[in-house]
Every structure is written in C-alpha cells, then in structure tokens.
Write a protein that binds this ligand. Structure first.
Ligand SMILES: Nc1ncnc2c1ncn2[C@@H]1O[C@H](COP(=O)(O)OP(=O)(O)OP(=O)(O)O)[C@@H](O)[C@H]1O
Length: 296
C-alpha cells in the first residue's frame, strides 16, 4: 500500500504542483491518475520513487516512510516506465532489461537469462534480444521498457504515459497486455494518463485531478461513470456530451443485426443475445454500462 499524507510540492520558482494531497493506493491494484496537462500527475508519481521530493507531508510504502530510505536503493526497487521507454540507446535489448538486476548484484549470465524470460513475459520474441532499441518499433520499445521495469521483480510499478506515443492499434495491444500481466503478477501499479478511456480500461481505481493535484473524484470506473461528482468530472469523462450514452440502431442491409452507437453516432459494436437472460425480452441491459445513466 502506498499512502500520501498531506503531501505538497512547491517548485523553486514558486509553482505549486501539488497541494495537501492525501490518498491511499491499495496493494496489488492498478490506480490510474488522470487529468489534463499540468495538474500534477507526474509530480505525484515521481515523488513515490523520490525523483522529486515533497515540500511537506509524508509518503509511505507498506507503512515505511520513504524519506528514510536510501534514494538509489528505493529507486531500483520500484519499476518505472516512461512514455519514451527511456532505453539506453547503446545497449542491446537484453542488456537494457538486465541493467538493474546487475546493479543490484545479480551475476551477468543469470541476469541475462532472466531478461530473456522477461521478453517472453511481455510478449516479445527472444530473437529481438540482440537488437539495439533503435532497431525496434515504438510498441516493441515500450514492451522492453515494461520488461526492464519488471526485471528487479518490484512490488510497485510506476507508469508515466507509457503508451502515449504509439499508434491506437499498438496502444490497444499494449493495454490488453498490461491487463493480462497484471492479472498474473498482481503489482501495485500507479499509471498516469491523459486518456480517460485508457484509465477506465486499466484501472481498479481512477483518480481524476484538477490543477494543483486536487482530487475531483476518485473511485472505480463504474462508480465514476455512474455518478460523476460534478460538471467538471462529467465533462472530463464525456458524459456531458453524450459520448458515453449508448443507443441501439437498426439499419437496412445489416441482416437484422442491431448496431450499438455512441453519443456521437459512432458505431462501437453489435448487440448479441448472450447478454440477455433466456426468455427475457431483449432490452438494453447488456449495454447497461453506466453510460446509460450518464444521459443528461
Ligand atoms: N521542475 C519544475 N519546476 C517548476 N515547475 C514545475 C516543474 N515540474 C513541473 N512543474 C509544474 O508543476 C505543475 C504540475 O506538473 P506535472 O508535470 O506534475 O503535471 P502533469 O499533470 O503530469 O502534466 P502532463 O500531463 O502535461 O505531464 C505544472 O504547472 C508544471 O509546469
């Protein structure tokens, strides 16, 4: 469990990035920080591995105040994945993944053999191990970034917009892969994104921020979709525009299939029988995501 207790951060130039933030991030769950640019998400994330020090307040991991821990040792014990993957350009993939375990004293051949296992874990072919980062696609580089972050088998994984720079198809792949990995590994993940859809897809718990690291709403995706706390949240999740309001539509030439469209009229799927109780009248039930309730 990671706990923020009245944490504030004022930078040297006087910018207050975070003000009096208190929050608990449960172990083995994915907490997603979401909010528009400059609201303090990255600052909060980087305070967890002490890349940024709070001006006041306390952060504990499993009850231990991180201020009392050795900074370098703390940083190496926490996985960290960045948007640009942050790989070392002059090292081969396998060595990028093995770097932290070697720094922690694991012998080279064992670290490399574990690195190859980790490539399997993140769905990369072992034949890529000898390439340099520039010889990989953006999506592959991100997978290497995740493998590297997992290399020291950390309990905590910090992910700062890790899939922000890849195209939507690769991004969807990486998101699905992260959900699969998390089911297997059960890490305490803190994930930062601008993208509310990504947040809802990955999170056990979502925190929507206003500027200054102020919580606009925190809860499960279902809770937030069902009851946006205020107009700011409703607008942020698109409920106000009907983005999450689903409708059924039947069109000519669709062989009687019922199309599901979102509030902007974009087709997002078809209605299948599977979600309806046998004998029950077909209804919008299978679609009863809270989007229905977000109808203005
Ligand atoms: N080193 C710094 N010195 C001064 N101000 C900073 C510094 N780092 C961040 N800030 C400011 O603190 C505020 C929060 O920044 P932060 O990077 O945490 O936001 P963010 O929500 O992660 O934004 P983004 O989504 O754009 O990455 C912003 O106003 C930013 O300009």
């Amino acid at each position: 469990m990671i706990e923020f207790e009245s944490v504030s951060k004022r930078f040297d130039d006087g910018t207050v990035a975070v003000e009096d933030f208190s929050f608990v991030l449960p172990s083995r769950q994915t907490t997603v920080f979401v909010g528009s640019s400059g609201c303090g998400k990255t600052t909060l994330l980087r305070m967890i591995n002490r890349m940024i020090e709070p001006t006041s307040g306390r952060i504990t991991i499993d009850g231990v105040d991180i201020a009392g821990r050795n900074k370098v040792e703390l940083r190496r014990s926490i996985g960290y994945v960045l948007q640009a993957a942050g790989l070392l350009p002059h090292r081969k993939v396998v060595d990028n993944v093995a770097t932290v375990p070697i720094l922690q004293g694991v012998n080279k051949s064992e670290a490399r053999s574990r690195a190859l296992d980790l490539l399997d874990t993140v769905g990369l072919d072992r034949s890529l191990a000898k390439r340099y980062p520039r010889q990989l696609s953006g999506g592959q580089q991100q997978r290497v970034g995740v493998a590297r972050a997992l290399a020291s088998d950390p309990n905590v994984l910090l992910m700062d917009e890790p899939f922000g720079a890849v195209d939507p198809i690769v991004r969807a792949d990486l998101q699905a892969e992260l959900n699969r990995l998390q089911r297997e590994l059960g890490k305490t993940i803190v994930f930062v994104t601008h993208d509310i859809d990504e947040a809802f897809l990955l999170a056990d718990q979502v925190v929507i921020f206003r500027k200054g690291g102020i919580i606009a709403q925190a809860g499960t995706p279902a809770q937030i979709l069902a009851e946006p706390a205020d107009d700011f949240v409703a607008s942020f999740i698109g409920a106000d525009k009907g983005k999450r309001t689903l409708h059924l539509q039947q069109r000519e030439g669709d062989d009687g299939l019922t199309l599901v469209v979102d509030g902007d009229g974009r087709p997002i799927g078809v209605l299948r029988e599977g979600g309806v109780e046998p004998g029950a009248e077909p209804s919008a039930d299978p679609l009863a995501t809270s989007g229905d309730r977000a109808d203005p």
